[in-house]
Design a protein around this ligand. Structure first.
Ligand code: PHE
Ligand code: FE
Length: 287
């Protein structure tokens, strides 16, 4: 799930694709695994293979190791089986949802260590790009790192932080943190920068672009810096933020955000792509 502001659930004047009428009050629904067609499973397999081929060079070790946990990739995984394995490792579960859900419902599920996964898969003609998150983005992009204990705790803390941000009317600022870490985050490794964000790991083209292209700005992670920075929703990112470790991410986001929201509100926003005078650019990884 992209965790974008609530107004974006559904596509402008187009209704959202999923069947929200069949969802429970917490927005979860049944996966209805038996309803997938052979074509659906085949599409999942092809998406998986395309991305998996790129991981050794471009993804962080933690992700590469954890992606195995998704199980056989010739079929869309059964959420109940996956949840069993996940629960044993980090006490997280995956639950089916009809698509993007309102942010309060999203935060609440994360706070309960239940990760919402869209149950439907994109259409074959959307192989290269899909506007709304589908089962491939949500599972392949997000679920592997939920097997990592530190990242798993970060996601729960984010959910709790989201409920608090709703009360402080700060969801727009907090959403930037999600965007630049959970969706588009890079991490420093001995082999150079690597991807850990779900939006890039599940993307056909942006995975390589984010790690290797000389074009975008790559700057060190900072909570306040990220909260001030706008993001692109319809092109590759102009800025990527680089963490040193998941522990850094967890520790840096542990303090009370109330004063940080106030400080961010008192300053002008930063456009995507900007490198500030006191910042060091982090170079792309080389082959
Ligand atoms: N520390 C944040 C707060 O007080 C909560 C949070 C933790 C938000 C981790 C995001 C990620 O609001
Ligand atoms: Fe997502």
């Amino acid at each position: 799930n992209l965790g974008v502001p609530p107004v974006t659930y559904g596509q402008g004047d187009r209704p959202p694709r999923g069947n929200y009428a069949a969802a429970r009050p917490d927005y979860t629904c049944d996966q209805d695994w038996a309803a997938y067609t052979e074509q659906d499973h085949d599409l999942y397999r092809r998406l998986y293979e395309r991305q998996a081929a790129q991981l050794p060079e471009l993804a962080c070790e933690e992700f590469i190791e954890a992606v195995q946990q998704l199980g056989a990739h010739d079929r869309i995984p059964r959420f109940d089986e996956l949840s069993e394995r996940l629960y044993r490792r980090t006490r997280w579960e995956v639950v089916a949802v009809p698509g993007l859900i309102p942010e309060e419902a999203f935060f609440k599920l994360l706070a309960e260590r239940r990760f919402p996964v869209t149950h439907w898969i994109r259409r074959p003609e959307e192989f290269d790009y899909v506007v709304e998150p589908d089962v491939f983005h949500d599972l392949f992009g997000h679920v592997p790192l939920l097997f990592n204990p530190v990242f798993a705790d970060y996601m729960q803390a984010y959910g709790e932080g989201g409920l608090k941000a709703s009360r402080l009317d700060a969801c727009e600022l907090l959403a930037r943190l999600y965007w630049y870490t959970v969706e588009f985050g890079l991490i420093r490794t001995p082999q150079g920068v690597r991807a850990y964000g779900a939006g890039i790991l599940s993307s056909a083209g942006e995975l390589r672009y984010s790690v290797r292209s000389p074009q975008p700005s790559r700057v060190p992670f900072g909570v306040e810096r990220i909260m001030r920075t706008r993001y692109k929703i319809d092109t590759y990112q102009a800025t990527y933020f680089v963490i040193d470790s998941f522990q850094q991410l967890f520790d840096a986001t542990a303090p009370d955000f109330a004063p940080i929201y106030a400080a961010v509100r008192a300053q002008p926003p930063i456009e995507a792509g900007t490198v500030l005078p006191d910042e060091t650019r982090i170079p792309p990884a080389t082959a």
